[in-house]
Design a protein around this ligand. Structure first.
Ligand SMILES: [Zn+2]
Length: 448
């Protein structure tokens, strides 16, 4: 039995964590280098040029409104498809939506632009999804006529999705990737709700959703902070899905900080910081910000692991605001307020996370921790995943008060005895291949 111990989290006074060992996959490293701030800027300029992308705006004009914006994203996806040997396919997934007397005042066609990069392993059913919202709003969400640039909200997230599709469609992954720009976010998360409900109903095997919304501006209103070295990842701790059923187990074993979305957030932090320089991923222990919603939530509510990625500080003069000047202050979501180097780094965090997940072997199955007897040795065991055999497994551990995994212990076996008490640590197991791509971790269930 071969065991290598890698310290990945060193708690230092005043510092949250620091990776001491970095193993990078050269292919992912190369893809990260290809993320280009000029590309991202050009996508945003194009999106802004449609005047408004309000979901209630025109569907038929070729150069104005949400319809033109959707057709343009589809055209971009189809360009990338030609360079993908037929593995990338794209379409607009339309559905009709009836007036709801809330934020939709007439019957509309709601369309999400979806590109799917089919996995190269036909037996691998895993799906990893990245999302941004194409629609936007003025101060009045019902105003579908007048200027609404939406450069950052959510031109930034949509641009990140398009750039990831451009780069990743030239590479091969065993698992399937879905790139989606949705409509109807500002009208009440309509496009994401449609997609998440459909995925649940049709049993799609979505293992992770990265929702990108407002991630390309480095400054805040009120405080004058400028910061392009930190990005937030929001995740819920207690799963909203089936909470009642799981509450007893979560309370008993102290798992309130180990829901699937929180695990995904840790994974984004570890992987993103492994591949992208000069950026810290800051985990926020809540599903979303006060007074705001996001497209990850319908996925979370349907039982999927989903997180929201958003800039560190927000400038509310530049969100959901009519373009205007008042008392010398410029309001509006304009390109001029964006930081494309920051957006490049944040896009690269998404790309490295998605690539590492989609290249990784599947998660180990039936991971269990033995609690039949008292003792200071922790016994964990699991089964090989279906599909391609992993090189081995990392056993992750952390103290119960630590936010991040502290240790990785490698084994090629299907069980391990660790000289650490199960009472004092949290554990999880992930599969790993020769290139160091790790699956999402699995928290053991308890066997007595
Ligand atoms: Zn938004």
């Amino acid at each position: 039995m071969k065991i290598i111990i890698i310290l990945i989290c060193v708690i230092l006074p005043g510092l949250l964590s620091a990776q001491t060992t970095i193993i990078r996959d050269t292919e992912i490293e190369q893809m990260v280098k290809e993320v280009n701030s000029d590309s991202l800027k050009s996508y945003i300029q194009k999106m802004v040029s449609f005047g408004t992308r309000n979901t209630l705006s025109t569907q038929t004009d070729n150069s104005h409104g949400i319809g033109a914006a959707k057709k343009w994203v589809l055209k971009k996806f189809n360009e990338f498809a030609r360079a993908s040997d037929g593995r990338l396919t794209a379409s607009i997934d339309n559905t009709s939506y009836k007036a709801d007397n809330q934020r939709v005042n007439r019957n509309i066609i709601l369309g999400n632009v979806v590109a799917t990069l089919k996995g190269t392993d036909p037996d691998d059913k895993r799906i990893f999804l990245i999302s941004g919202h194409l629609d936007n709003m003025r101060t009045n969400v019902m105003d579908s006529i007048r200027e609404a640039p939406g450069a950052n909200d959510d031109g930034s997230g949509s641009a990140a999705v398009i750039e990831c599709a451009r780069i990743m469609s030239r590479h091969r992954f065993p698992a399937t990737l879905i790139f989606i720009t949705v409509s109807g976010e500002e009208q009440g998360l309509l496009g994401a709700t449609y997609m998440a409900t459909k995925a649940k109903k049709e049993n799609w095997n979505i293992e992770a959703v990265l929702n990108n919304d407002i991630m390309g501006s480095n400054n805040s209103s009120e405080t004058n902070i400028i910061d392009n070295t930190r990005i937030r990842v929001f995740s819920e701790g207690l799963p909203a899905f089936e909470t009642e059923k799981n509450a007893k187990r979560i309370r008993q074993f102290g798992l309130e900080n180990d829901g699937v979305s929180r695990q995904l957030a840790r994974y984004v932090k570890e992987t993103g910081e492994r591949y992208v320089e000069n950026i810290d991923v800051v985990m926020i222990y809540r599903n979303d910000r006060f007074l705001r919603g996001g497209d990850h939530t319908p996925y979370v509510e349907n039982g999927f692991a989903a997180v929201r990625i958003t800039e560190m500080n927000e400038n509310y003069n530049h969100q959901h605001q009519d373009v205007r000047k008042e008392n010398g202050i410029q309001f509006g979501d304009l390109e001029a307020f964006m930081d494309f180097e920051y957006l490049r780094k944040n896009t690269a965090i998404n790309l490295s996370t998605l690539a590492n997940l989609a290249k990784a072997p599947a998660r180990p199955e039936d991971v269990q921790i033995e609690t039949k007897k008292l003792g200071n040795i922790t016994h964990l065991f699991w089964k090989e995943p279906k599909g391609k055999k992993p090189k081995g497994y990392y056993i992750l551990s952390r103290q119960t008060t630590c936010a991040f995994w502290e240790k990785k212990t490698f084994t090629s076996d299907l069980q391990i005895d660790l000289p650490y008490s199960k009472d004092n640590y949290f554990f999880a197991v992930q599969s790993v291949n020769d290139d160091g791509n790790e699956s999402l971790p699995v928290v053991p269930s308890v066997i007595r």
